[in-house]
Design a protein around this ligand. Structure first.
Ligand SMILES: *Cc1c(COP(=O)(O)O)cnc(C)c1O
Length: 296
């Protein structure tokens, strides 16, 4: 697809984080900087969208639609990609029409995405929306599904010396990325997903549904203790942590996903969760545009 040329796969680096905390635990932490892929279609979103969009183009679909919140990384990535690929697109946004658009919504409007606002009830009943638009190709919210997982599997194929890592850690929303990573991981690797939602225990089954049949489910752990109040919620502790990591390590994080997941890495390291000598790969899944919803 002609967007591939614009995406900077060569810019994605692996950054080693040197920190006394990790040194004292005897672990090595590398970060896969997917945030460097593209300023708008950043992080994991391109990977999750790719096969859906390929399908839409191959099947001559003229209009693509998807669902998301007013600050959604998935919505902005979809808007950008559809704009480049000359597909019409509609974003069904959770919530009543706002008096003032978020910066994300202003950006997607400028990218020609049509917006439709759905109140809480309507948003829950997505199938009714899908049924009302038979000509439109719908991408599930967050790219959840086999196509999304298939694209996400390609994330760790970007990593040089992948086999040297025994833990791969990432933030989890829908679980699509975690499933894709697990599918592409090697038999000696443990995949840890840090859920950014509160008590979202249905995730385990959702991730399982996207796993390759032969995969060993015992190599996947989903942690539910690092949500900091729930989806898109945060505490001053989290923001202080995020700003410190940005300053000390030159690692910019977002408060919705990657800061929570990286906090988990630090906390687990402190608790000696990882055996000495462990090699960790942390997936920086992007999403930095979401920080614009913070009034820092
Ligand atoms: C969407 C997103 C995730 C979550 O990915 P899922 O596949 O839905 O679990 C993680 N990190 C960032 C930065 C995201 O934008």
């Amino acid at each position: 697809m002609n967007l591939d040329e614009e995406l900077n796969f060569n810019r994605i680096s692996v950054q080693t984080i040197t920190d006394t905390l990790f040194e004292s635990s005897g672990i090595h932490v590398d970060v896969l900087r997917l945030d460097q892929l593209h300023p708008v279609v950043s992080g994991n979103k391109w990977f999750k969208l790719k096969y859906y969009l390929q399908y839409a183009i191959a099947n001559n679909k003229k209009t693509v639609a998807t669902f998301g919140g007013a600050f959604s990384n998935h919505i902005i990535a979809t808007a950008y990609a559809c704009n480049k690929l000359q597909l019409n697109c509609t974003g069904f946004i959770r919530g009543e029409t706002p008096k003032q658009y978020s910066q994300t919504l202003l950006d997607v409007t400028a990218l020609n995405m049509q917006l439709e606002f759905l109140n809480r009830e309507a948003y829950k009943n997505k199938q009714a929306v899908i049924d009302a638009h038979p000509q439109t190709f719908f991408i599930p919210e967050g790219g959840f599904g086999m196509e999304g997982a298939e694209g996400a599997a390609e994330i760790i194929q970007l990593v040089p010396n992948l086999s040297k890592y025994n833990y791969i850690i990432c933030a989890v929303g829908t679980g699509t990325m975690l499933a894709g990573i697990a599918n592409a991981s090697l038999p000696h690797q443990q995949c840890i997903g840090v859920s950014v939602m509160k008590n979202n225990f249905s995730l385990n089954a959702a991730v399982d549904s996207l796993l390759n049949v032969a995969k060993d489910k015992t190599r996947i752990d989903i942690l539910h203790d690092y949500h900091f109040g729930g989806y898109a919620k945060c505490t001053t502790e989290l923001i202080t942590f995020m700003n410190r990591v940005g300053k000390e390590h030159g690692l910019p994080l977002d408060f919705v996903y990657t800061a929570k997941a990286f906090y988990a890495v630090c906390h687990l390291s402190e608790k000696k969760y990882f055996p000495e000598g462990a090699n960790l790969l942390f997936i920086h899944s992007g999403g930095l545009q979401g920080n614009r919803s913070l009034s820092l």
